[in-house]
Design a protein around this ligand. Structure first.
Ligand code: 57M
Length: 358
């Protein structure tokens, strides 16, 4: 909105030329997101607390979690608002990728909200049934996939990390592939969200990494120089990623150990899906498994645990997802969280290095 209101003034005042630049608008989108978190955050946490929108803690989990009973949840509302509002203020609203990113963020946030609402407000511990939740996710991801696929000139080629000449075309399989990336990322972030700051840390790091990928993919000269796929218009997603990183840092202010608020499924489902959608639109889909390696590790720990338990009646981990394993080994919660962040930074750097090692 600000872009549309202020940029045209450059004809009379050259200062307003600055609104042309993606870098400038990304920085201010991130700052706006942070400020929104600091302004709305305390009020939202107070309101959630006043309406007793607090977490019920499962009795079969690590004992240390019992002290977290009643911590306000659904803080993901803050993440969604602080991502979407700055995006609408600073991005070019004529860009279809911006609207697809906003649609996915709000759509998955709404599924999460319905689940949280049933669990926390209606006190129905089961929330939405896994089947309903999954079908809603597939439906929204399919709509996003169609919108992306049908966008004029958008290629169904995927990028294989480390191989610059390998960009296979998926043809009609492209739509299920996009659904898999978006729904998979959404659920993997959700599984990771079990310790204070554990999911938001790698989400911030991933959003920062995709901020870079989006900028490069949308810049014809740099994309050609790096021999990555050029996606006209994808550079505008840099602003969305900047807002997401800013919103994440703002949320972390309150979610850091000991947390004043949890994001709930409202936050985890929307963050993961948004990352998946951006990865698809900037043509760095497969490398998301590396950027979001912490999320993948958490999801794989659950799959292995369930598979081995079903086939051998034995557990590989003391408890899955793997962060519970370390808790039960006696590691302090902040130690697990910070170590997972460090792993996430290393993985993001490795992912960025794929731009050169190919
Ligand atoms: C959600 N939710 C947290 C909070 C957060 C298949 C199975 C592995 C599924 C998995 C599961 O349900 N995962 C998804 C995990 C919960 O957090 C809420 O949920 C939102 C995210 N969706 O925002 O609202 C608890 O996590 C803790 N928490 C924090 N700080 C935060 O910032 O401390 C969350 C955010 C909160 C709080 O205690 O209550 C969760 O863990 O439930 N299930 C599990 O993770 C369970 N694992 C399990 O059953 N493992 C089995 C098998 C099936 C693999 C095994 O190992 O044998 C564990 N979760 C819990 N207790 N709480 C086990 C028991």
């Amino acid at each position: 909105m600000l872009y549309h209101l202020l940029f045209p003034l450059h004809a009379d005042y050259s200062f307003f030329n600055v609104f042309r630049y993606i870098t400038f608008r990304t920085i201010y989108a991130a700052i706006t997101a942070l400020l929104l978190c600091f302004v709305i955050g305390p009020w939202l946490i107070r309101e959630l607390g006043a309406h007793q929108i607090g977490q019920t803690i499962r009795r079969d989990g690590p004992e240390s979690h019992l002290a977290k009973e009643g911590t306000p949840t659904m803080g993901g509302l803050l993440i969604v608002l602080a991502t979407v509002i700055p995006t609408l203020l600073w991005a070019n609203l004529g860009n279809p990728y911006i609207w697809i990113a906003v649609f996915v963020t709000v759509g998955f946030g709404t599924i999460g909200f319905m689940d949280d609402y049933k669990k926390v407000v209606r006190k129905d511990s089961k929330g939405l049934s896994p089947r309903t939740k999954f079908l809603c996710q597939i439906f929204l991801a399919a709509v996003a996939a169609m919108l992306i696929y049908l966008d004029i000139g958008f290629q169904d080629k995927v990028s294989i990390p480390f191989f610059k000449k390998l960009n296979p075309s998926l043809g009609f399989l492209y739509i299920p592939f996009v659904i898999l990336v978006i729904v998979g990322a959404s659920n993997a972030v959700n599984l990771t969200d079990g310790l204070d700051g554990l999911a938001i840390g790698p989400s911030i790091i991933s959003a920062g990494t995709y901020m870079l990928f989006a900028y490069l993919a949308g810049h014809i000269k740099i994309a050609n120089y790096l021999q990555i796929q050029y996606v006209p218009g994808a550079g505008e997603l840099t602003i969305f990623c900047g807002a997401m990183a800013g919103a994440g840092i703002g949320f972390l202010w309150y979610n850091t150990y000991p947390a004043q608020v949890f994001m709930g499924d409202t936050g985890s489902l929307s963050l993961g899906a948004a990352l998946g959608a951006v990865a698809v639109m900037v043509k760095q889909e497969i490398v998301l498994a590396l950027v979001g390696g912490v999320f993948v590790m958490e999801a794989v720990s659950v799959i292995l645990q369930v598979y081995f338990f079903k086939t051998t009646r034995k557990r590989i981990f003391r408890m899955a997802p793997v962060h519970h394993h370390f808790e039960l080994k006696g590691w302090a919660e902040p130690k697990i969280i910070v170590r997972f962040w460090i792993i996430s930074i290393i993985l993001a750097l490795l992912a960025i290095s794929t731009l050169k090692i190919r």
